[in-house]
Design a protein around this ligand. Structure first.
Ligand code: AMP
Length: 181
């Protein structure tokens, strides 16, 4: 598994989908799964930018992993976002024996994120909600990253500004260097 880290607007989804298409891998995004959810509670929380409960998150990830046993490699976008989620993923019985091969952190300044998201124009992308999500992201990111670092997992920080193609090339170069393609 390759874990993609980065706030909404960092380009995780576009990059994750491009990689999956190019390499024949599968892209799994918890944000996407929640946006497609019919659960009224999930819909309410999405509007606020807060995190969905770990329990509900485990349910969607468990199902997605179960449906992906035949896929060579997975790109996990937007998960884990809490310590409990990171611990859950490192447990073999949840990850179905798949290892986290690398964590890729897409770094994009908040000002660029705001610009990108205003162009995207989703209801959940009002400037104050974007700022709130960025705050939550920063609070969650460091403990989760340090947990992965403690486990000896390679963490790569990449500049997520520039064109989609430029960022894609940087990610590919990093995966090739680490013999993950
Ligand atoms: P994203 O598309 O990754 O930015 O996620 C959009 C929204 O979905 C987030 O603001 C959260 O409300 C929810 N979400 C996505 N992934 C998770 C997760 N791993 N844990 C809890 N909530 C999540």
């Amino acid at each position: 598994m390759i874990v993609f880290f980065g706030p909404a607007g960092a380009g995780k989804s576009v990059q994750g989908q491009m990689l999956a298409a190019r390499l024949g891998w599968r892209w799994l995004s918890t944000g996407q799964m929640f946006r497609e959810s019919d659960d009224p509670e999930v819909k309410e929380i999405l509007k606020t930018g807060e995190l969905i409960s770990d329990e509900k998150t485990f349910d969607v990830v468990r199902q997605a992993l179960n449906n992906s046993v035949d896929v060579k490699r997975l790109i996990i976008d937007g998960f884990p976002r809490t310590m409990a989620q990171a611990q859950w993923l490192m447990d073999d019985k949840n990850s179905l024996g798949r290892e986290v091969a690398m964590v890729i952190v897409l770094e994009v300044p908040e000002s660029v994120i705001q610009e990108r998201l205003q162009l995207r124009g989703r209801a959940q992308d009002k400037p104050e909600i974007v700022a709130r999500r960025m705050n939550i992201y920063r609070q969650e990111m460091y403990p989760v990253l340090s947990y992965f670092a403690d486990k000896g997992i390679k963490i790569v920080h990449l500049d997520g500004t520039g064109t989609v193609g430029q960022v894609h090339d940087k990610i590919m170069a990093e995966l090739e260097y680490n013999e993950l393609t």
